[in-house]
Design a protein around this ligand. Structure first.
Ligand code: NAP
Length: 482
């Protein structure tokens, strides 16, 4: 197996002070980062930090297929969580650093004749290293009958729709239903359940895309039923997200006291976070929902979707009732008891996790939906990919909160810098920007993005909103070129 430090001492963790370019060249190294979400920005910051201290002289070009940066911070985080979104200020700071360039509307693809597409080979010709930071762009499937009926929607699409991701503007989810059934017991399930239940006043204070804002405000939804296939102990909500439900206006939270019995949180073999979550759920079970609340969020555990039914659209969902069983590896599994419940609904939101997509020419593990790597180095698994790296969800799968990506990116960058120290920089042509502009006629650069950003924030000001998003591709281009 190829090891860049074969025969020498492996660099220690404090890479910023340990690594120096040893190939006696004055040419800077150029790194392409594909994807501009949190993991991409943390990788960029780590590279520029190294360059600013004692590391090699590194320049970073970041690419995104969208006109706008920040990945899931713009298009994933729920609009009623502005504090989480405010992490974008850090990314802005990185983007303004010397040695950083952003290029939006650039798609890593396999057909160089297609406008807007650049290929892996072309990037390798021009850059010393490529970091893939493309996240998990699609959904996990349930694999049940009726999954694709109109009105059964993956959370990836629904979240993209309310956040103004240009790919999902036309989704038109059927919100004329009284009950929405949400499948999954994770934070995304909570996000989508909150978003369909928020009051008009709460929604209007957010940067929810205008098309979604109008639809959500006018919706007939009164109840979101969150179904977890295992129990409350195994649910993957985080405590802050559960706790905040008590403070949402006009929302009654329903938890069955039998599913979250007294004393459930006392088990000190459970993780602290799990015990806190159980205390919160138990609190909801004990108090019962606020009888005056107009909206209702119900948690129902030990339920798996078995079939989604309807005549041309979703009309009901069949849930299987589960019991839990612990297998030999110690994992607690949901086992079907054979009992069924049928719930009328016009909208099923499938929030059962995300999945990575293969990148052209890059190894991919179909089972995990990630790129095989060792601590971020793809080259440890494939000799043909020695100058390629991964960070974020495409590296480790769709888990963790935004901050998790910082440590993850630092690990990859530490190895990348060690490898650069062994490499003579490629002849990076000065006209790479001209090449890009030629290949990507709709290119949006950092100045263009700043124009979009200022325009959106300005539009938000009169209504006291953080921003009013531009969602149309042509308008984004127009606004980026004032
Ligand atoms: P997640 O935390 O992995 O939750 C997925 C849920 O879907 C789990 O309850 C899982 O149950 C269930 N599930 C999977 N396959 C299923 C199936 N076939 N049938 C029924 N249920 C199924 O994923 P996520 O909610 O998409 O979140 C992704 C990551 O983003 C997480 O790390 C999350 O914390 C993070 N996130 C954070 C925030 C925040 O900090 N505010 C917001 C959103 C997302 P099992 O446990 O039984 O597999």
């Amino acid at each position: 197996m190829w090891r860049p430090w074969a025969g020498r001492v492996r660099p220690a963790a404090g890479w910023a002070t340990m690594i120096r370019v040893e190939n006696h060249t004055t040419r800077p190294h150029h790194v392409a980062i594909v994807g501009s979400g949190p993991s991409g920005f943390y990788a960029a910051a780590a590279l520029l930090d190294a360059a600013a201290s004692e590391g090699p002289d590194v320049r970073v070009d970041m690419f995104d297929r969208l006109a706008t940066p920040w990945g899931l911070v713009r298009a994933g985080v729920a609009p009623d969580h502005p504090k989480i979104k405010s992490v974008s200020a850090q990314y802005d700071k990185t983007a303004r650093r010397e040695g950083f360039r952003f290029f939006g509307h650039v798609h890593l693809g396999d057909d160089p004749a297609e406008p807007g597409v650049v290929t892996r080979d072309e990037l390798l010709e021009r850059y010393d290293a490529i970091v893939y930071a493309v996240g998990s762009q699609t959904e996990r499937r349930l694999g049940i009958p009726g999954e694709d009926l109109p009105g059964s929607i993956a959370s990836v699409d629904f979240v993209g729709w309310y956040n103004g991701h240009p790919d999902y503007v036309d989704l038109a989810p059927p919100l004329d239903t009284e009950r929405v059934v949400v499948i999954g017991a994770g934070n995304v399930a909570l996000d989508v359940a909150r978003m369909v239940l928020l009051t008009e006043a709460d929604l209007r204070a957010t940067d929810t895309a205008d098309h979604a804002l109008d639809a959500l405000v006018g919706s007939g939804v009164r109840e979101a039923l969150i179904c977890g296939r295992r129990g409350p102990v195994q649910a993957s909500f985080t405590t802050t997200e559960l706790r905040e439900l008590a403070d949402i206006d006009d929302l009654g939270v329903v938890v069955d006291p039998e599913q979250v019995p007294a004393g459930i949180a006392d088990d000190d073999t459970l993780a602290k976070g799990t015990r806190r979550n159980l205390e919160i759920l138990r609190g909801f079970a004990e108090s019962g929902p606020d009888p005056d609340a107009r909206q209702r969020m119900e948690f129902r555990f030990y339920r798996s979707p078995v079939e989604i039914r309807g005549d041309g659209k979703v009309e009901e969902i069949v849930l299987g009732v589960n019991r839990l069983e612990t297998d030999d590896s110690g994992r607690t599994r949901a086992v079907d008891t054979g009992e069924r419940e049928t719930i009328p609904t016009g909208l099923v939101l499938r929030a059962v996790g995300y999945r990575g997509l293969a990148l052209p020419g890059v190894p991919f593990d179909e089972d995990t939906g990630t790129v095989p790597h060792t601590e971020g180095r793809i080259g440890e698994h494939s000799d043909d990919h020695r100058r390629e790296y991964v960070v974020g969800w495409i590296k480790r799968g769709p888990t963790g909160i935004i901050g998790t990506n910082k440590k993850d990116a630092n690990e990859t960058v530490r190895h990348l810098l060690a490898d650069l120290a062994e490499q003579t920089p490629v002849e990076h042509p000065d006209d790479v920007e001209d090449w890009l502009r030629d290949r990507c006629p709709d290119l949006v650069d950092q100045t263009g993005w700043e124009a979009i950003d200022a325009h959106e924030r300005g539009r938000g000001e009169p209504g006291g909103r953080p921003r009013v998003k531009v969602v149309d591709r042509d308008e984004l281009i127009k606004v980026s070129r004032p």
